[in-house]
Design a protein around this ligand. Structure first.
Ligand SMILES: [Zn+2]
Length: 64
């Protein structure tokens, strides 16, 4: 299972694999524990998660 979470340091969206406990942010390198983070989306495949991130980013851009 893959989850989309936002980085607690830089606020960028990133993809996490629930098999791992922590995930380093690809944007700022900050390592965070996935558990306890607010999950914005859950998907079965990484491709889906990437598409979800793009969709959320687009939505964000439209709102602001
Ligand atoms: Zn970050």
């Amino acid at each position: 299972m893959y989850v989309v979470v936002s980085c607690q340091r830089c606020n960028n969206l990133l993809l996490g694999d629930t098999r791992h406990r922590t995930r380093a942010c690809p944007h700022c390198g900050h390592r965070m524990v996935l558990r306890g983070r607010k999950v914005l989306a859950k998907t079965e495949s990484s491709q889906e998660a990437v598409a979800m991130i793009q969709e959320l980013k687009k939505r964000d851009a439209e709102e602001s």
